[in-house]
Design a protein around this ligand. Structure first.
Ligand SMILES: Cc1cc2nc3c(=O)[nH]c(=O)nc-3n(C[C@H](O)[C@H](O)[C@H](O)COP(=O)(O)OP(=O)(O)OC[C@H]3O[C@@H](n4cnc5c(N)ncnc54)[C@H](O)[C@@H]3O)c2cc1C
Length: 423
């Protein structure tokens, strides 16, 4: 590639935006993004959320190192306003299954001897230990785990907005309300994409950063990635309630769920229940793909959210939930990303397989994609296209519980009045 090479990115979510940013910063002058959503941050992006956990512990030390690199980048001028180092309380409740305990132990092992975490980790074996880092928590919490002070969260939608503005300033052309419907080819060369409105965009290099929707454009990805949904909901706190929770660590009971410091602008408390993810298989294609309606959560997940609150903040456990929704990610069998050329096609690259853990990589993931585009190959075997791998059949080590398809879910909960207001 030279710096004038035309590059077409499909999807302006976490991966697509970071890729555009790194390419534009490196001097590439002809970058276009097509994004399905009509507003930014994209309604459909998994990254369009109040907040996301930034932590470096992983079951796999390879990702722990990458997350450390990302956390350093979160302290750079573009990202620093959106990073809040509140610390991270990671525990298991008394009733946690063995799988959840093993996952926590592996995560702790990845950082406990690491010099970056010297004096940053405190064991948690009692309710008193939790009170030391979260005095406002008044529930029973018979939890065990640890507190890591070198972690926190990102204001997610706001940071996407900052990267979007940086991309525009660097000359990236971003077309919203532009749904890519099909790729176009000349022989085995990918020449561009055609939108639902019938407009053709041609380019020399096409990068698919479509998150959970990748299969709709590239069915040959098959089950290397499986779209999986995670529910989330919010509670609107009063200013007084929010003030009491100011500065709490990101709190994650591996088998119950997690929540964050209330959003500093809106006083919304975001809560995610622990679960293994939902699929939405389409019987004709055999692929799990996000549906159009995502503004609900299964009743069992609402019950789990209330259980988590009864354990920690019982005074909030019966408050109305609002902005209930499910958010879609792309799981791989081994939770590794796939950043590679599509075999048998020239000029076509996928960046996918976020496996619900990639928002923290927003500042750096685009660098890895740029490297693949420039070298013409994926040097890292972990992130290569893995023909035949089946994420649907895999037992993901860190996911607690049983994956279900939405067809099996009978009881769902919606907001009484669906609010579409931007977070
Ligand atoms: C509930 C939840 C909590 C999470 N928490 C964390 C966390 O705490 N920490 C963390 O690091 N990660 C977290 N994640 C994961 C993180 O959000 C994802 O890994 C990351 O956002 C994935 O980025 P992506 O670019 O692959 O997908 P997305 O951000 O979803 O981007 C895909 C984009 O493609 C667009 N698109 C789709 N189809 C088309 C089309 N046909 N044409 C054009 N555009 C299209 C979509 O609108 C979207 O903007 C969480 C995810 C969820 C769901």
């Amino acid at each position: 590639m030279d710096k004038q090479t035309s590059i077409l990115l499909l999807g302006a979510g976490t991966f697509g935006l970071s890729t555009a940013y790194h390419l534009a910063k490196a001097g590439y002058t002809n970058i276009t993004i097509l994004e399905k959503s009509s507003t930014f941050p994209p309604e459909l992006s998994a990254g369009n959320d109040l907040n996301k956990i930034l932590r470096a512990e992983y079951e796999d030390p390879f990702y722990a190192e990458l997350a450390l690199e990302a956390m350093a980048a979160w302290k750079s001028p573009l990202f620093a306003p959106y990073y809040h180092e509140t610390g991270y309380l990671l525990c298991n409740s008394a009733a946690a299954p063995e799988k959840s305990k093993k996952s926590l132990q592996k995560a702790l092992d990845s950082i406990s001897q690491h010099p970056a975490f010297k004096n940053k980790i405190t064991p948690v074996i009692s309710r008193d230990d939790i009170h030391k880092v979260a005095p406002a928590f008044s529930g029973p919490m018979q939890w065990k785990g640890y507190f890591n002070s070198f972690a926190g969260y990102a204001s997610a939608a706001d940071s996407l907005m900052a990267v979007y503005s940086a991309c525009i300033a660097l000359g990236v052309k971003i077309h919203l309300n532009s749904t890519a419907q099909a790729l176009t080819y000349s022989g085995d060369i990918c020449t561009g994409a055609i939108t639902a409105a019938g407009k053709h965009y041609s380019a020399s290099m096409i990068v698919l950063a479509l998150g959970a929707s990748l299969g709709s454009i590239l069915p040959q990805i098959k089950r290397q990635v499986v779209a999986k949904a995670s529910p989330l909901a919010h509670i609107q706190l009063t200013p007084e309630e929010a003030a009491r929770l100011r500065g709490i660590p990101v709190t994650y009971a591996r088998d119950l769920g997690f929540f964050f410091e209330p959003d500093r602008r809106t006083n919304l408390l975001k809560i995610c229940p622990s679960m293994a993810g939902y699929t939405n298989y389409d019987t004709s294609s055999g692929l799990s793909l996000p549906p159009d309606d995502n503004e609900f959560i299964p009743a069992v997940d609402e019950a789990m959210i209330r259980r988590l609150l009864r354990e920690t903040l019982p005074g909030l456990a019966d408050k109305p939930l609002i902005r209930r929704r499910v958010c879609w990610c792309a799981d791989t069998a081994d939770s590794e990303y796939v950043i590679d050329f599509v075999p048998g096609k020239k000029g076509l690259v996928v960046v996918t397989g976020d496996s619900a853990h990639a928002f923290k990589m927003l500042p750096i993931v685009g660098k890895w994609v740029k490297n693949v585009l420039e070298t013409g190959r994926q040097e890292n075997a972990r992130w290569r296209w893995k023909e035949g791998s089946d994420a649907a059949a895999a037992d993901i080590s860190w996911r607690v519980g049983q994956t279900m398809d939405f067809k099996e879910v009978k009881d769902i909960r919606r907001d009484p009045k669906i609010t579409k207001a931007k977070l």
